[in-house]
Ligand binder design. Structure first.
Ligand code: AMP
Ligand code: ZN
Length: 437
């Protein structure tokens, strides 16, 4: 492949490390000047004695204060704005999976740059004009809808804004317009598999799908494998958050070994969430991001609460942009039961490796007589219920055994039939902690 064929935006994607660092420093200084226009950062910088001239090297970023979700909430709605109201063209509101929502504003420059980042992501995975792109995620305030939509149009794909839900119509659209590329939340991708199976469809035979982008919630390698095998496609992990535009922050290349974070647009740090000190590459910590090319609402050192690590070494694709490991979860998703710290995705990883396990599950935490119980309610394939009881017991034993191996505790299991658990087209609720209710 020639160089121009390989990159959507070669001047940004094909930089050397030195060129990238120089660009980052230049953009960081500009960002400090820009955020100093917001009432919030004006006050913060005054407290810390920071001016744009305080930043001489990229390491100096550590002198800047961290920004938290609480800061964003407290400044709702306009406290972080850095341009006049007339320059704003878009408002998104974070889905607020945990607590009150936050507002993010975009100028024309911001929407444009975001579309370029998204086009870059999709091009990197092989999407090209001539492809039909179906966007099966919620539009509206959720950034996943419009983010991908603008990127797809920028790239020149035929774009179907089908939104989430109405699965039969989604499948019809895929058939009628030979959809080749789609974007979907992982839990909905799994549900759609059940629906297609029920309809007697085999997407490998009946559809033209080749690529899917899955993101917006944590999922395991095992889910990627299931989705790839069922649809006969390549699945690429897509990461983003509203505070940093939305999707298009980090994305997998064809090597699928971590998500390249676009360092010309975001400065990345991984810190220890307790000490707030940086951790070495390869070590798990909290992702902290700084926007480097935003006008309306730049954000400095934002604590994402997402836990991940920087993968050391270079990617075979040649891009020097650092790679993030699969997001393990948000620090608020982690739960503690019988003294053990667990992320829902660890449970998923075990379940989805077992052939007889279906495509949906939920974890319930309950306190009874002052004793904590963890219940894993999991859909299993139809077959199990028609076969004899001994088989059912064997599967139950296997799931319990494998979960114990990963979690070090044995949860109570409830095996249910396919579709017994409520499905969702948006982000799935994998954990119900009744101890908090
Ligand atoms: P929101 O801004 O409401 O759309 O939510 C953004 C959050 O979704 C991130 O901070 C992550 O916790 C989660 N998220 C987005 N993409 C991924 C992904 N690929 N893997 C895991 N979690 C993700
Ligand atoms: Zn790569």
């Amino acid at each position: 492949m020639s160089r121009t064929n390989q990159y959507w935006d070669a001047p940004a994607e094909a930089l050397s490390r030195d060129e990238l660092s120089a660009l980052q420093l230049q953009r960081l200084i500009k960002t400090i000047e820009q955020v100093s226009l917001s009432p919030f950062y004006q006050a913060r910088f005054r407290e810390c004695g920071i001016t744009p001239s305080s930043i001489r090297t990229l390491e100096d970023i550590r002198r800047l204060p961290l920004t938290t979700k609480t800061d964003l909430r407290n400044q709702y709605p306009y406290g972080l704005l850095c341009v006049e109201r007339e320059k704003l063209v878009r408002l998104h509101v974070s889905s607020g999976t945990t607590g009150q929502a936050t507002a993010v504003f975009y100028s024309r420059h911001d929407v444009d740059h975001w579309a370029d980042l998204m086009a870059r992501c999709m091009y990197m995975t092989g999407a090209r004009p001539g492809d039909t792109f179906q966007n099966l995620t919620g539009y509206g305030l959720f950034t996943g809808g419009l983010g991908f939509h603008y990127g797809s149009e920028r790239l020149g794909l035929l774009t179907i804004p089908s939104g989430a839900g109405n699965s039969k119509r989604q499948i019809q659209l895929m058939q009628d317009f030979s959809t080749t590329v789609f974007h979907i939340i992982p839990s909905y991708a799994l549900r759609l598999m059940d629906i297609m199976t029920e309809m007697g469809m085999d997407p490998k035979r009946d559809l033209s799908l080749r690529i899917a982008y899955l993101g917006a919630e944590p999922y395991s390698e095992e889910v990627r494998r299931r989705v790839e095998d069922f649809y006969g496609i390549d699945v690429y992990n897509s990461y983003g958050l509203s505070e940093m535009n939305g999707p298009g922050v980090a994305f997998e290349c064809p090597y699928k070994c971590g998500m390249h974070i676009w360092e010309d647009a975001y400065f990345v740090e991984i810190i220890d969430p307790e000490t707030l000190e940086p951790v070495p590459d390869g070590t798990l910590g909290e992702l902290v991001l700084t926007t480097l090319n935003r006008e309306a609402m730049p954000i400095i050192r934002y604590r994402s609460k997402d836990l991940t690590r920087i993968l050391p070494g270079e990617c075979s694709c040649g891009r020097v942009h650092l790679r993030l490991d699969r997001i393990q979860g948000r620090s608020d998703d982690m739960f503690i039961i019988k003294g053990v710290n667990i992320f829902p995705v660890q449970v998923e990883q075990v379940l989805m490796n077992i052939e007889e396990v279906g495509n949906n599950y939920v974890i319930i935490l309950r306190r009874e007589n002052n004793i904590d119980r963890m219940i894993v309610r999991v859909e299993v394939t139809d077959r199990i219920f028609v076969e004899d009881m001994r088989h059912l017991q064997r599967i139950q034993k296997k799931i319990a055994h494998d979960l114990r191996g990963e979690l070090l505790i044995t949860p109570d299991l409830e095996l249910v039939e396919p579709h017994a658990l409520p499905g969702t087209e948006g982000k799935a609720v994998r954990l119900i902690d009744e101890r908090r209710i």
